[in-house]
Write a protein that binds this ligand. Structure first.
Ligand SMILES: Nc1nc2c(ncn2[C@@H]2O[C@H](COP(=O)(O)OP(=O)(O)OP(=O)(O)O)[C@@H](O)[C@H]2O)c(=O)[nH]1
Ligand SMILES: [Mg+2]
Length: 472
């Protein structure tokens, strides 16, 4: 029986796992284990440099203060955020033991064992925001003094090992940085086994970009421009770069912008700019108390404070709405759900077919497993998954191949026209011509000698374009 709302790929994989289990013996256990992967939400890992703003971003995306930010020891543990009740944190030790951890108003503040002994923390909370995606917060990657440190040394740096481990079980990544990421950070991400379609870049702390809140140029506008530049420069690693002011989003989405705060901040609206700056630099009581000043600056930063004054004067709802809208978090949220998750789901599908392929090599009943795989990949719903698998192979082995870009474009397209590089509303005759051109180029490649991965991609691409009704 197939649930009516199951997407076609999930339904095919479900069928394959049922066929696997029908063979009895330990294949039932394998089928159950893989079924658990299939029916759990795709996993998105947040990676990036130490203190880049990863946990703040997690809080903003979930809409609750659940990820520890700042200097708490727990920021050194991998934390997996799941939708589930009751709200609780379970620490999983390296020995495989599970124990409850205390959490004070959402954030885990104390760990029952030293952080070195922890494999990861499972944080459950009932939240729609993580119903269809599991978020994994990781310890920040430490900085390197010289960028050409040997690989061996890298493995010893805090953050690297744990973040790498957490990433092997993930299906997509959010790569957080504050400016052009360092070579060793890019290198780290490129080794995680994702395709660029599975990685979104986030230019974090957009509110303090460039010269910051007091500079001549608006930092948010500056960050937007720079993100476009980075998207191009980091094409081989990320699908796009989105500028985010996580702090502003967190303040708004976790409901911390109160009427009291707004009223206090709003008091500055009668001052001119110079006096506002002076007021913010004071350490004693002024237009508002020293304590309120600190609370406001910690909560929404200098940019949020300076630019939020007039909104604050109109009330908390106005201020909160502005913080959310200008933070860029909606764009990221939309991108995550609309563009990233479909590829995360494909990567998850490949985690399952990859395991089936292993069984098809090593299991005593390998012939049966091989047959199941052959049936699975003959199904129309799997044509795109097969192309994704080939594309992933190209990214790993022949990133410079012309087929890599062609496959990426086809996978990312929302329509047949876009699959061959034209606008969605292009004239059908033009689409036909462009498709012929793509097939022509693929045929030419035959004569230049191509790798196994390229050959595989060529076959998968042809099938996929045919399935879209192109090239006939
Ligand atoms: N101004 C500003 N500050 C931010 C922003 N995001 C995070 N911060 C601050 O930067 C500090 C570090 O943020 P975290 O979210 O803890 O960073 P992290 O990447 O999770 O840090 P580690 O897990 O320790 O690597 C905190 O003090 C945040 O308040 C932002 O968008 N703007
Ligand atoms: Mg953190």
């Amino acid at each position: 029986m197939t649930a009516p709302d199951m997407d076609p790929v999930t339904a095919e994989l479900d069928q394959a796992l049922r066929a696997l289990a029908a063979n009895g013996g330990d294949l039932i256990d394998h089928a159950n284990r893989l079924g658990q992967i299939l029916f759990s939400p795709p996993r998105v890992v947040i990676v990036g440099r130490l203190k880049a703003g990863k946990s703040t971003l997690v809080n903003a995306l979930v809409g609750e203060r659940i990820a520890a930010t700042g200097a708490l020891e727990v920021t050194n543990a991998v934390t997996v955020f799941h939708n589930g009740a009751p709200s609780r944190a379970e620490v999983v030790t390296r020995g495989g033991e599970r124990m409850l951890a205390q959490n004070a108003s959402g954030v885990v503040t104390e760990l029952p064992v030293p952080v070195e002994d922890i494999s990861y923390v499972d944080r459950f909370l009932p939240s729609r925001a993580i119903a269809d995606v599991t978020l994994i917060d990781t310890p920040g990657l430490a900085t390197l003094t010289a960028e050409n440190e040997e690989v061996a040394k890298r493995a010893l740096l805090p953050g690297y090992d744990q973040t790498r481990q957490a990433s092997t079980e993930a299906d997509a990544a959010v790569f957080v940085f504050e400016s052009l990421p360092r070579a060793h950070e890019r290198d780290f991400v490129s080794r995680l086994g994702f395709t660029p379609l599975n990685v979104v870049g986030v230019l974090a702390r957009a509110d303090s970009f460039g010269e910051g809140a007091m500079g001549a140029k608006d930092p948010m506008a500056h960050a937007r421009e720079y993100s476009r530049v980075l998207s191009g420069r980091m094409e081989e690693l990320v699908s796009t770069v989105i500028p985010i002011a996580g702090l502003l989003a967190e303040a708004s989405r976790t409901g911390q912008v109160t009427e009291h705060i707004s009223r206090q901040l709003g008091k500055l609206s009668s001052l001119d700019y110079e006096d506002v700056l002076e007021e913010l630099e004071r350490t004693d009581d002024g237009v508002f108390s020293a304590l309120d000043r600190k609370i406001i600056l910690d909560l929404i930063g200098e940019y949020g404070t300076i630019h939020g004054i007039d909104r604050a004067a109109r009330g908390a709802s106005e201020l909160s709405g502005w913080l959310d809208a200008s933070s860029g978090v909606s764009e990221l949220d939309g991108y995550l759900r609309g563009e990233l998750l479909p590829f995360a789901a494909m990567q998850r599908a490949l985690r399952i077919t990859g395991e089936l392929e292993q069984l098809a090599i090593h299991h005593p009943a390998r012939d049966r497993v091989r047959h199941i795989l052959a049936v699975l990949f003959s199904r129309p719903a799997m044509v795109k998954v097969a192309l994704f698998r080939s594309y992933r192979g190209l990214v790993a082995s022949s990133p410079q191949s012309p087929l890599t870009a062609i496959a990426r474009r086809a996978l990312a397209a929302g329509s047949p026209a876009e699959a061959v590089g034209l606008p969605a509303d292009a004239d059908p005759a033009a689409v036909d011509a462009a498709a012929k051109d793509v097939f022509g180029r693929m045929q030419q490649l035959q004569f230049v000698g191509i790798s196994a991965a390229e050959d595989d991609a060529r076959a998968a691409l042809s099938k996929y374009l045919y399935a879209l009704g192109l090239g006939r």
